[in-house]
Design a protein around this ligand. Structure first.
Ligand code: 3PG
Length: 228
């Protein structure tokens, strides 16, 4: 008689050092700008303006055809910046961004495949969650640091405050609907590492090539949020 096949309920485990790597990145600046570029050319002056304004961690979303080329270019030209890839929705995109030189990955949500990719890759993943059930899946893999997305319509700071009770060791980077006006409501919470947002480099300033305006936004943001 054949042996009954044992159901494999083992889950891969993320080494804790990868949670630490993500936390280190998220502690470098109170905000991670979420950047979407239409051309490779515009990416360099925008990123330089952000760096000059004190923002060193940059998330480049994979939402435009040039995004991987932008990551490659910025990783080569701005070694002082931490250039990561956002909108990672599949393991294929994870590996493409890795090849382009991204030093961290951000996903808007999570799947088993993405969580596995984050376990096996050398490049750490900040997986996105919107609900406690999604967080529980991440925790099964030993992910302890999450993007909370879209933050403002998913309960905002009150939701994160409530999560700190049952999930005291878990920390977040809330993103979505955050601006200079409400960032502090999140940053004052003990389980928030930093916030993410697109307000630092909005489309209109990029189109106008207003690099000085972007630098000024970065400086204002950095000063206001660092002061608390
Ligand atoms: C995104 O993925 O679009 C980010 O969360 C940015 O959101 P925001 O444009 O509301 O800052």
């Amino acid at each position: 008689m054949g042996m009954q096949k044992q159901k494999n309920i083992m889950t891969s485990k993320l080494p804790s050092s990868k949670n630490d790597q993500i936390e280190t990145l998220c502690s470098m600046s109170p905000v991670i700008p979420v950047l979407t570029f239409e051309t490779v050319e515009e990416a360099l002056p925008v990123s330089e303006a952000l760096l000059e304004g004190g923002i060193t961690v940059l998330e480049i979303t994979l939402r435009t055809p040039v995004a991987l080329d932008v990551i490659k270019m910025l990783s080569e030209k701005l070694p002082e910046a931490k250039v990561g890839a956002g909108t990672i929705t599949t393991p294929e995109l994870y590996h493409s961004a890795e090849e382009a030189g991204a030093c961290f990955m951000v996903s808007p949500g999570l799947t088993n495949e993405l969580l596995e990719a984050g376990v096996t890759s050398d490049i750490p993943l900040l997986p996105g969650i919107q609900t406690i059930s999604e967080m529980l899946l991440g925790l099964q893999y030993n992910y302890q640091r999450f993007k909370f997305f879209p933050a403002s319509v998913s309960g905002g700071p009150q939701a994160l405050k409530a999560y700190s009770g049952p999930f005291g060791d878990v920390k977040f980077c809330p993103t979505g609907g955050i601006s200079l006006d409400n960032a502090q409501d999140y940053l004052k919470l003990s389980n928030v590492m930093c916030v993410g947002g697109s307000w630092l480099a909005p489309k209109n300033l990029i189109e106008e090539k207003n690099w000085a305006g972007i630098k000024q936004r970065a400086q204002e943001t950095f000063i206001k949020l660092q002061q608390g």
